[in-house]
Write a protein that binds this ligand. Structure first.
Ligand code: KIV
Length: 272
């Protein structure tokens, strides 16, 4: 279904809040490098997230915990060089903002100064409210992230749906209201029941962007490598694959290998 939408020359945090007010859904995808970011931006995405999922997708780690601030800065500055229109949000990695708000501000300032990114994202609610407030005092826009927060995987034990029980759902609703009150411009809700996510979205004026959080929120985010079908071992229910690039790429690589071995490549026109 095609939807009437306002044309934005550049997306800002204000545009996202306006989109929610106008009931226009927000599209967000991850990117970690120049080439991918250029394609995603040119396709018209609203937000690129330089996610700490780079730890899994780009570096092959089992969790998001090992990625460093320097590595996030490398990824984010590559993305920034590619984009013309979208808003770029950069994850603060594990260990750079929890527990010490001064450290959190220093980490966020490094992201803004050294990458040219437009906003930072932090995982958690009341327990990191001091860090969020301090970053906001420097004029740095903050996106929150609640529900399944992968930096806390060893506390959860599994990547299953969060906030199915009343107590955790109530804490999530409180945290969402708190993040809005502190001044966050948007919130990611990851892997929570659709009904709860819709309730949270309806209780806030800032946009709620879901991943595995149903259709009742204000926008959607996916990991680009997952939606392109490059990471074929990851199959959560919420993931829609728009391509099967794993197979496409494998076939192309096999064809290339055959062509090299059989001296079909390069042909007369492909040499000097
Ligand atoms: O790091 C990431 O890719 C994320 C999304 C899953 C929201 O935080």
């Amino acid at each position: 279904m095609s939807v009437a939408k306002k044309q934005y020359k550049r997306i800002t945090v204000k545009s996202l809040i306006e989109m929610k007010a106008n009931k226009e859904k927000i599209s967000m995808l991850t990117a970690y490098d120049y080439t991918m970011a250029k394609i995603v931006d040119a396709a018209g995405i609203d937000v690129i997230l330089v996610g700490d999922s780079a730890s899994n997708v780009m570096a092959g780690h089992e969790t998001t915990l090992p990625i460093t601030l320097d590595q996030m800065i490398y990824h984010a500055s590559s993305v920034i060089r590619a984009i013309e229109r979208c808003l770029v949000v950069v994850d603060l990695p594990f260990g750079t903002y929890q527990g010490n708000s001064k450290h959190a501000l220093e980490s966020a300032i490094r992201i803004m100064k050294e990458t040219g990114g437009h906003a930072v994202k932090l995982e958690g609610g009341s327990e990191i409210s001091e860090s969020i407030s301090r970053i906001l005092t420097a004029g740095i826009p903050v996106m929150g992230h609640l529900g399944l927060t992968p930096q806390s995987i060893y506390k959860f034990g599994t990547y299953t749906v969060r906030a199915k029980e009343e107590e955790e759902a109530a804490k999530l609703k409180e945290d969402a209201l708190l993040l809005e009150k502190l001044g966050c411009f948007a919130l990611v809700l990851e892997k929570v029941p659709a009904k709860l996510a819709q309730e949270v979205a309806e209780s806030l004026t800032i946009p709620v962007i879901g991943i595995g959080a149903g259709a009742g929120v204000d926008g959607q985010v996916l990991v680009t490598h997952d939606m392109l079908g490059m990471t074929h071992e990851f199959n959560p229910r919420f993931l829609r694959r728009y391509l099967d690039l794993y197979s496409e790429m494998t076939n192309a690589f096999k064809q290339y290998i055959d062509d090299v071995k059989s001296v079909d490549f390069p042909n007369d026109k492909e040499q000097y």
